[in-house]
Design a protein around this ligand. Structure first.
Ligand SMILES: Nc1ncnc2c1ncn2[C@@H]1O[C@H](COP(=O)(O)OP(=O)(O)O)[C@@H](O)[C@H]1O
Ligand SMILES: [Mg+2]
Length: 245
């Protein structure tokens, strides 16, 4: 495959990373193009969240490189990455239940000037009418599903060019999962890229343009989400048979 730092919005090349001396990620290559939804699938413990942390500046790299919009993210903090447009909604993130919906959103935009921040809060809430109606209420008064939507809205306040959602469906009812996936589709329509980490294979394949699968810290499959037999190929890839992409 031809690769250069300038192809794709996000380009990961030969990335190795882990915790202390323990290497978890092995030689990861991945591309996310502009306006694309890419699903990252894989069993529990595969290294998906570790990869997302490495991309967004939460975890240092051992070797390899990551480019965002043609610039290396080497040494970037999460704040640097977010300012460049790479916004990571971390797995299992919780809102501040004692603060209002509005103040949770304002906190996500703490480093943005006042009037601009209000405009972004309005834009983020436009995706979630069910929480927009409760903007003055304590976040703790929202349902669990609404709190999870508020977490996604916090990511939107940062105006992502690439939004990373790590298991946004966890704990949500099927109806609310559909709501979150619908928001991802609307983001794509507006030109925002989405990197969706999920365990829900069927729904993710229906939404995504392309898919990667990880197992034991390696990318074991990459495919167009419309390719035939993908579910079978994914299962085989999870269980260690090498499957050509
Ligand atoms: N903070 C940490 N310190 C040490 N090991 C970790 C840490 N977080 C995750 N791991 C290990 O890294 C591996 C990948 O975990 P993770 O990235 O959370 O997988 P996934 O998101 O695919 O479920 C697992 O073996 C897990 O035990
Ligand atoms: Mg995870």
């Amino acid at each position: 495959m031809h690769t250069s730092a300038h192809d794709g919005l996000l380009r990961v090349q030969g990335l190795n990373a882990g915790y202390g001396k323990i290497q978890i990620l092995h030689d990861i290559d991945m591309v996310v193009g502009p306006g694309e939804i890419v699903a990252l699938l894989g069993p529990n413990g595969a290294g998906k969240s570790t990869l997302m942390r490495a991309l967004s500046g939460l975890l240092p790299w051992m070797s390899g490189d990551v480019w965002f919009d043609g610039k290396s993210l080497r040494g970037s903090t999460p704040r640097d990455a977010a300012q460049a447009g790479l916004v990571h909604v971390i797995e299992g993130h919780h809102v501040f239940t004692q603060l209002s919906v509005h103040d949770n959103l304002a906190l996500a935009g703490y480093d943005i000037g006042g009037s601009e921040r209000q405009a972004r809060i309005r834009d983020a809430l436009a995706f979630f009418p069910e929480i927009a109606a409760k903007i003055k209420e304590r976040a703790g008064a929202l349902s669990g599903g609404q709190q999870q939507m508020l977490v996604v809205a916090q990511g939107l306040v940062k105006r992502p060019r690439l939004l990373i959602l790590d298991e946004p469906s966890a704990g949500l009812s099927p109806v609310l999962v559909d709501r979150v996936f619908e928001v991802a589709a609307r983001l794509r329509d507006s030109g925002t890229s989405v990197l969706l980490v999920e365990q829900l294979v069927e729904k993710s394949l229906a939404l995504a343009d392309r898919v990667y699968a990880m197992a034991h810290g390696e990318i074991v499959l990459q495919a167009n989400a419309r390719e035939a037999d993908l579910q079978t190929r994914l299962e085989e890839a999870y269980f260690g048979h090498h499957v050509a992409a």
